[in-house]
Design a protein around this ligand. Structure first.
Ligand code: ZN
Length: 372
């Protein structure tokens, strides 16, 4: 029986060398188990089995344990593959591959009939946009082709995400490191009580897909930092609804570097504000206006200061409205303007923001020509 440990050790060594997964190692051990069992049963006399120290009952029990382990790892592997198929991995977000116009597509193109059906559905779904003079068919096509990154699927990000999904923004990425807590539900009405404890991005993505199956939604469970320039550059527009100054400053710096416009909203107690930072097209960035973090205690987050439930809905919906205008070119956006809403007295005012020529973030960055 000394052969058995040697066989198992050599399988483990081989698997380490070949980079096998647990499941494959277990299956290899199982094959050895079957071969040994067959040899022992084929042995002519019981004396030989006894002489070799072979106990059939022990051997069968070991085989059953091995079978259970294989079943367990097979199920785990299948669940993981399914999750990656649906959500993608952090390194490889699940985006549809964008083929060059003349390159052969990896997946077969949908039939003309299926395309016509989708177009009919879209015409029906977006009819109220299409009759708007400022949006119309061309504006709706721009929304369909737009890629928007929403940072934070909380009070501001969630209502903005719902409206952008409803409006037919073709690709939405939701990035949020947190899970849903019961204290979120007072204002983050995208979630249900049963979602408590789930990753916010995943739960919110589910709601968006249920609202509009014609769009592509992807969830990332991560905090976006100043290093995420590549992630931001994969999008046409970023909406920031995070509530910590350090996070907002990092996102501003990454957007400025990537040359992607940033619609930023913030709320506290009864008041909210929003603006569009776009230094690549001449507008100020966040560091032009707020070069330094406020003194501790001066700008407390919602958790300490409190926030009235419908306020994030108001400001989040305004962020989505600015996003629709930014994408379709309708009206005039909030670049260089800050809109301030006082919910306690029902007042709105607008202030003009100036770019700081010595801004530590955006001075010296290349300007982009305004899009025609
Ligand atoms: Zn700046």
């Amino acid at each position: 029986m000394a052969l058995l440990p040697i066989a198992i050790l050599s399988i483990l060594g081989l698997s380490w060398w070949m980079g096998w997964g647990v499941l494959r190692v277990l299956v290899a051990i199982f094959i050895v188990w079957v071969v040994v069992l067959a040899l022992m049963l084929a042995a002519p006399a019981a004396e030989i089995r006894a002489g070799l120290g072979f106990d059939p009952q022990l051997w069968l029990a070991g085989g059953m344990l091995l079978g259970l382990a294989i079943g367990y790892f097979a199920i785990v592997g299948r669940l993981r593959a399914e999750a990656e198929r649906r959500w993608g991995t952090e390194d490889a977000p699940r985006f549809m591959p964008v083929a060059a116009p003349d390159a052969p597509s990896a997946t077969p193109a949908p039939s003309a009939e299926a395309r016509a059906k989708t177009e009919d559905q879209a015409l029906d779904r977006y009819a109220r946009h299409i009759v708007l003079r400022e949006i119309g068919g061309p504006g709706q096509a721009k929304l369909r082709d737009a890629r928007v990154l929403l940072i934070g699927a909380g009070g501001l990000g969630a209502p903005a995400a719902l409206y952008l999904a409803g409006a037919g923004v073709g690709r939405i990425t939701l990035a949020d490191p947190d899970t849903v807590s019961v204290s979120n539900l007072q204002r983050q009405i995208i979630y249900r009580t049963a979602d408590a404890g789930r990753a916010k991005g995943m739960a919110a993505a589910e709601a968006l897909r249920a609202l509009n199956p014609l769009i592509d939604v992807h969830a990332l469970r991560k905090r976006v930092t100043a290093e995420d320039i590549d992630l931001i550059a994969q999008h046409d527009l970023v909406l920031d609804g995070s509530d910590q100054f350090a996070d907002r400053a990092a996102i501003n710096a990454a957007c400025a570097r990537a040359g992607v416009p940033l619609i930023a909203g913030s709320i506290a107690q009864w008041e909210g504000q929003l603006t569009t930072y776009d230094p690549a097209r001449g507008a100020p960035c966040m560091a032009c206006i707020f070069p330094q973090a406020p003194a501790p205690g001066l700008a407390p987050a919602c958790a300490e200061a409190g926030v009235v439930g419908p306020l994030p809905g108001v400001i989040g919906a305004m962020m989505a409205l600015e996003a629709v205008k930014q994408i379709t070119g309708a009206g005039e956006g909030l670049a260089g303007q800050m809109l301030i809403f006082d919910g306690l007295y029902g007042e709105t005012r607008r202030i003009t923001l100036q770019r700081d020529p010595d801004c530590p973030v955006c001075s010296g960055l290349a300007q982009r020509a305004p899009e025609a």
